[in-house]
Design a protein around this ligand. Structure first.
Ligand code: ASP
Length: 332
């Protein structure tokens, strides 16, 4: 009898310890940064963006709440944004100069420092899922083009005809960019052509305390020559480390690659003891800005503190720390 009582007490204590030490889950997402002002986004459109961001946050958070992994939460949130024509990823991907849609994505697991990425893929419905497959089921980190697609097909991912990615809005953006280019008779940086983006990203912290970060994009309108941005580059567009933080970036990719932005934020925390917010501010508002780079990041640290830092006039973004309570924002 006494032994049973003791066992019961131990069980209650264990339950209490487990409960009190379980990490409170957090999810933070972005849907691109850039010249996003009220004149570009009428109220009716802002409502649509906010609804989609909230849907992605709710669905991703539901995964975390029921004890799912940060990897599954990131996949869930990103898939919802990839399947929406609102964002420059998956269904809403921008067009290249050739009139194709060539997408990049990456994922990193902060517990293992394992990572996966794909670049320049044209037939994978959800490129983030391919990045996850690369991480989990290949000895590699970054696969590109046809090879990446062959791998994705073999892993059983959903493949689509290239026409799936056609949206009239993005096609018009390409035509406009090309008109501008012919007026100036020169090759204009895709960034200058279309200073607003829609790359998507998510960073999650699960109940086990594990951080995962992911990013998915169509890149930049009118990009050429097989251009690859920062989104599939681990350390530039995406980074995660349970000891520091998880980060997903959006903006003028060339600058994020050159400044190794996502990893730099983690390194500033690790080596200099900065908080996530201080580190993100240093990289986005100082280093990147001085180089001439525009964009932003979302991130969270191991304690669930978040950042949504950008040096543009807007970033589609949001976070959720509590069931049913997504917080979403667009403008500064
Ligand atoms: N960073 C992406 C790229 O350069 C673009 C974006 O964030 O919208 O490809």
């Amino acid at each position: 009898m006494i032994a049973n009582l003791k066992l019961l007490l131990i069980a209650i204590e264990l339950l209490f310890v487990t409960f009190s030490y379980a990490q409170k889950p957090v999810l933070v997402i972005h849907g691109g940064a850039g010249n996003i002002s009220k004149s570009h986004i009428p109220d009716s459109l802002a409502v649509k963006y906010k609804a989609k961001l909230s849907e992605a946050l709710r669905a991703g958070y539901a995964v975390l709440e029921r004890g799912g992994t940060s990897l599954e939460a990131v996949r869930t949130a990103i898939n919802i944004m990839e399947n929406s024509p609102l964002f420059n990823a998956g269904k809403g991907a921008v067009f290249t100069n050739k009139g194709t849609n060539e997408m990049d994505a990456s994922i990193m697991d902060g517990a293992t420092l394992n990572a996966g990425a794909v670049a320049g893929v044209m037939h994978i419905k959800n490129p983030i899922n391919a990045a996850i497959e690369v991480m989990l089921h290949s000895p590699h980190v970054l696969l590109s083009g046809e090879g990446a697609e062959t791998f994705a097909r073999a892993q059983g991912l959903e493949m689509v005809d290239a026409s799936y990615f056609y949206t009239e809005k993005r096609y018009r953006q390409l035509k406009k960019a090309q008109e501008r280019e012919s007026e100036t008779q020169g090759y204009i940086s895709p960034w200058l052509n279309d200073f607003k983006f829609g790359t998507v990203g998510a960073v999650a912290l699960d109940k086990q305390g594990n951080i995962v970060a992911g990013t998915s994009t169509g890149g930049m309108t009118n990009k050429r020559f097989g251009r690859i941005g920062d989104s599939p580059i681990i350390g530039a567009g995406t980074y995660a480390n349970n000891n520091t933080c998880g980060v997903s970036a959006t903006g003028h990719g060339e600058y994020f690659i050159r400044s190794v932005a996502a990893h730099d934020i983690s390194a500033l925390m690790e080596y200099k003891g900065l908080s996530l917010r201080e580190a993100a501010d240093e990289v986005i508002n100082k280093k990147l800005k001085e180089m001439g780079g525009s964009g932003g990041v979302i991130g969270l640290d191991k304690n669930g503190n978040i950042t949504m830092t950008f040096n543009t006039n807007g970033m589609f973004r949001g976070y959720i720390k509590q069931k049913g309570d997504p917080q979403v924002f667009i403008f500064k």
